[in-house]
Design a protein around this ligand. Sequence first.
Ligand SMILES: NS(=O)(=O)c1ccc(Cc2ccc([N+](=O)[O-])cc2)cc1
Ligand SMILES: [Zn+2]
Length: 261
Amino acid sequence: CSSKYVLSPMHPMWQGPLAVPGGDRQSPIDIVVRKSIFDGELKPLVTSYDPHTCQQIWNNGYSFLVEYDDTTDKSTLKGGPLKDKFRLCQFHFHWGETNAWGSEHTLDRKLFPAELHLVHWNSDKYSLFEEAVMEDNGLAVIGVFLKVGKRHEGLQKLVDALPAIRHKDSVVEFNRFDPACLLPTNTDNYWTYHGSLTTPPLTESVTWIIMRQHIEVSHDQLAVFRSLLFTSAEEEVQRSMVNNFRVQQPLRGRTVRSSFI
Ligand SMILES: NS(=O)(=O)c1ccc(Cc2ccc([N+](=O)[O-])cc2)cc1
Ligand SMILES: [Zn+2]
């Protein structure tokens, strides 16, 4: 999907007000677990991803993205809080320079070393990602917290491809990767709220679905994330791609619902 618009952290946009002026549904947020409201209407998530729609992995100067062919309804998400069917467009991560921080969302202020985002757009209502990005119910992003522990076998194929995209704007072909292997075993327990993209254009078009269960990756696997660079090969000063997360934004009276008691 065409997520080439994501701006690097050095882009003037980041120097300006980090909240969209008048934005009252910005992301990420701190999820205060005891203030989340159980909603019995929330259904289990239904993901159906076709590994053959995986196309490429690239360094966009802010994170690395694994992009999927979203010209058909082959890799989709439905159920959960969603009324429509959403098409997988890409997934990416946010991480810190140490294991002490790196996630965008927090649970009762607890930071995780990294966070996975699986980005989908509403293909029942829109025909292109770019259209959906501007609309209230246009996007659905699944967030999964990462913890440091045992090696994640499914992630290793992705980690092995990272040295080839060390610099900004480098791309390599990447096929047959099933993103379902990055989901926790239990996807029935999640929080959901209405928010925004966490990078420019920060549009308030995202239904966030944050998994209660984290996944584990090894310290060494995370270290390879940190070996990526924000900078392109031409630039004199190389800067490590770390701390590519946005700080938590005000809740502004929003309700966070939970699918579990
Ligand atoms: N971190 S996140 O909120 O999951 C996120 C997900 C997707 C993107 C990529 C993106 C790509 C393109 C556009 N656009 O066309 O306006 C907007 C966003 C940016 C950020
Ligand atoms: Zn993200």
